[in-house]
Design a protein around this ligand. Sequence first.
Ligand code: TYM
Length: 333
Amino acid sequence: MKDGKKTLYSAVQPTNNLTIGNYIGAIRNFVALQKDYDCYFAIANMHAITVRQNPAELRQRTLSLLALYIACGLNPEKSAVYVQSHVPAHAELCWVLNTFTYVGEMERMTQFKDKSARHAENINMGLMDYPVLMAADILLYQTDVVPVGLDQRQHVEIARDIAQRFNNAFSPTFTVPEALFMKVGAKICDLLDPSKKMSKSAENVNGSVFLSDDKDTVIRKFKRAVTDSGNEVKYDPENKAGVSNLLSVYSAFTGKSIAEAEAEFAGRGYGDFKLAVGEAVADKLAPVQAEQARLLADKDYLNGVLKDGAARACRTAEKTLAKVYKKIGFYQI
Ligand code: TYM
């Protein structure tokens, strides 16, 4: 806690192209919450390598994500914005927490099972250890809240379990964090298959809207979005998954409530509605894309942000790590 504010931690992996799901479920909320919390926002490049990456692309995507964070409204003067691998304490605490985590628990993680099925040729230890590294990320900063999308719920829960286990084995050491989900948009679904979450790595790119998509592409993707055989724009995730998903997107991008959006499209067909959603998204993305490109041309500035962010993150992380090392009996000089 700093200046009486609670601590917030979150991170995004610099892999593939980010989607509007990442924006709605995570980054948009980081921006909204940063004034109320002492914040740490990481670029999770150590998580990224659990799936093979092209090294040059990973480097490029790291800077690109930083520029995106800032273009979306994160203020690096207020919040620590940094790259995970720049703070060695993440890997160090992960090792200790590994000894407080059971193999069976990790084998049961939904994301591990999904990713093992998708990358059967490379089920590496990192993939299995992914949630422990995430627990280390969160616990190093004595985090109170972790704003994430619903797909990360299980990972935050295991971080809580590990924290409690360690606290019980020794004495209170870690703050037990809580996941923070937004009412609207904690799970944005694929436009072509609303039963699945929208993903950066979806097989069909037409189901995902990327933050880098131009206006024509965005509108084309929304026009093709799957709805249903009815004609009423109504929020009903059970029976109208496609339309409800589009309403969540519209609400997130316009700031209008779901009820306001339903009223706006009452009596109008799906065609009109889908076009309006596409336009709202494209109009909001255009200035973000322009600002991201402007920032990417200023590498000195971006490197400065990362140096400063890493220094701030290291200060807090090292304090927690020193406490942990002392409690577990590592001899200190
Ligand atoms: P990542 O990079 O997969 O996703 C980043 C954030 O975007 C959210 N998200 C979504 N939200 C709503 N609808 C969707 N379709 C959607 N797709 C993605 C994710 O829930 C996430 O909040 N393991 C994390 C990164 C991470 C992390 C952490 C997060 C590493 N360490 C510590 C919190 C705390 C991940 O892979 O996110």
